[in-house]
Design a binder for this molecule. Structure first.
Ligand SMILES: [Cu+2]
Length: 258
């Protein structure tokens, strides 16, 4: 009996210790992904490093890079970041006023995050796409991040149930058979996964780096394609591997009734 309860205690501890480590996501969530004519032109973008389905936060130190590319112009937005809390942990937020029609790609490169449990650093190059005032040009273009998901589906204006397709790129080239982790931003903690296997789902890209996922419900869905970097970072004098993630956040909408 004692042995059994020790085992169950240990396995409970093991689950507790390992489960949350699986699915951290760089997160960039704008207050609106389709800004319409006559709507509030000011949006807020929240930046965090979190466990979106379980709604467990982590600290995000001030990102190395945070910006937007719109109408072929890059704008550094690091200076507009303000400290906020996301899921109770220190995170960042920026207000952005949209002035012209166009596609606005927000992106962040966080500082490398040291993950002792995995003995490596993690960098999630994270982006999200906002469209404004009816101009759609360039939704499929590339920002040019170290690793990036380039959308094959318009990364906004999707219905729940639609598929989202993207190409996983590393240094501008498609990566074959990469694993892509998928997670729902369980914002109101409304949902529960039937099993722990379903908190994070995984799809693989094909030989051309293309992956496909169909979102079952409306809301924000995160896609994170993970590879190992071709560079190392020193931790206490030792070279450590760097896991790099190409992350994109995509909103799926419900069809509305009249
Ligand atoms: Cu984590």
């Amino acid at each position: 009996m004692r042995k059994l309860s020790l085992i169950s205690l240990l396995s409970a501890a093991w689950i507790f210790l390992t489960t949350p480590a699986f699915a951290h996501f760089g997160m960039l969530i704008p207050s609106d992904s389709m800004v319409m004519q006559g709507e509030n032109k000011n949006i807020t973008i929240n930046a965090s490093f979190s466990h979106p389905f379980e709604m467990i936060g982590m600290e995000l130190v001030k990102p190395k890079i945070f910006g937007v590319i719109a109408n072929s112009t890059k704008e550094d937005l690091l200076g507009s970041l303000k400290q906020v809390k996301v899921m109770e942990y220190p995170s960042w937020s920026a207000d952005y006023g949209i002035k012209r029609p166009g596609v606005y790609m927000f992106y962040m490169e966080p500082q490398p995050y040291w993950e002792p449990a995995e003995d490596l650093f993690i960098i999630h190059y994270t982006k999200t796409v906002v469209t404004a005032f009816g101009d759609d040009e360039g939704w499929d273009s590339e920002i040019g991040l170290k690793t990036e998901i380039v959308p094959l589906s318009k990364p906004y204006g999707l219905y729940a149930g639609n598929v989202f397709q993207g190409i996983v790129k590393l240094d501008g080239k498609p990566v074959s058979y990469t694993e892509v982790e998928v997670e729902y931003y369980n914002k109101d903690k409304k949902y529960e996964a039937p099993t722990n296997y379903m908190v994070t789902q995984t799809v693989k890209a094909d030989q051309n780096g293309v992956f496909t996922y169909s979102a079952p419900i409306s809301g924000w869905w995160g896609f994170s394609a993970l590879t190992t970097a071709d560079f190392k970072i020193k931790h206490e004098g030792q070279d450590k591997d760097v896991e790099i993630g190409a992350v994109i956040w995509v909103m799926f909408e419900d069809l509305q009734t009249k």
